[in-house]
Ligand binder design. Structure first.
Ligand code: GUN
Length: 292
């Protein structure tokens, strides 16, 4: 088994981004500026957003965190989005999901200016992705593509099985893995809760991408010898032995699957750091687009 090290890869990409920022500012340009909207006090969401803000500092971006109470009205949230849309200093922004139940996530996503939608969730950007046009790719799928690319993992003609059909990971991932590009050209199967014979489907995968959000769901008997296994899951499990009070588990039972896989991403330190770096790449891209 060989480890796909998302932490090291994300650090290497951050250095590349920092170098580009230095060149931009040396040429008289402004620093890229990413904003994040966080609603409520969900612990995991807070951690993710804090990582995003901290990563901005590391690469020389400006960042703004807009925090709102969980009982903010939808109207007020839409107003905040409109302000970010109209603020020329902001190059890109995200609204951290999930949102409280009384807020319509689709409405919120559609309110974001597609030119600033660095999460790539707006229907216009998802449509462009489907057509292979330049766009902001959704952060997690983009991060996975970067990993496969930088580790030179052959995808062309391979069988790729994706577990989970979420709008932000599984569904866009299925499009990216099937399209005609350097990372792509796979024969893709997108599996979900109604899939029959899930184990057999997984066993047929040369590349298995797991994003269903159930800790240690994929076991060694579901994985083909030598397969590439990408674990997107990250579940907090109570663990009194840890200072934080919890440990993080992926969707893949790492200890046993790593014995069988050819390549595998760990949790933490696999896909997670790549998601953050994708957001930075999209924000830098937003700045570059403005200057052409
Ligand atoms: N919640 C889980 N993943 C994501 C993501 O990539 N972006 C946002 N905005 N929220 C998320």
């Amino acid at each position: 088994m060989q480890l796909i090290d998302g932490k090291a890869t994300s650090n290497a990409i951050k250095q590349e981004i920092a170098e580009e920022v230095r060149k931009l500012t040396a040429a008289g340009g402004k620093k890229p500026h990413l904003a994040a909207i966080l609603v409520g006090e969900d612990g995991a969401s807070r951690t993710y957003v804090n990582h995003k803000v901290k990563s901005c500092e590391q690469v020389g971006f400006d960042s703004t965190l807009c925090k709102f109470d969980a009982d903010i009205t939808e109207e007020k949230l839409l107003q905040a989005i409109e302000e970010l849309n109209n603020n020329d200093d902001i190059d890109g922004f995200i609204v951290q999901l999930p949102l409280p139940k009384h807020i319509d996530e689709t409405k919120v996503t559609e309110a974001i200016d597609p030119k600033k939608d660095v999460d790539g969730f707006h229907p216009a950007n998802l449509g462009k992705m489907m057509l292979g046009l330049p766009t902001f790719l959704p952060a997690t799928p983009y991060g996975i593509v970067q990993l496969l690319d930088r580790y030179n993992i052959e995808t062309s003609g391979k069988k790729c099985v994706i577990v989970g059909r979420s709008h932000i990971v599984g569904t866009p991932m299925s499009l990216l893995m099937s399209r005609n590009s350097k990372v792509g050209n796979c024969t893709v199967t997108l599996t979900h809760s109604r899939t029959q014979n899930l184990k057999e489907e997984c066993l047929s995968a040369d590349i298995l991408i797991v994003a269903l959000g159930k800790a240690e769901f994929v076991t060694a008997d579901m994985v083909k010898e030598g397969a590439t296994v990408i674990d997107v899951g990250i579940t907090r499990i109570e663990d009194p032995s840890k200072k934080s009070g919890f440990s993080l588990k992926g969707d893949v039972k790492f200890d046993e699957v790593s014995e069988k896989a050819g390549w595998i991403t760990p949790v933490p330190g696999g896909v997670g750091p790549m998601t953050v770096v994708s957001l930075l790449m999209n924000t830098l891209e937003s700045v570059k687009r403005k200057s052409v």
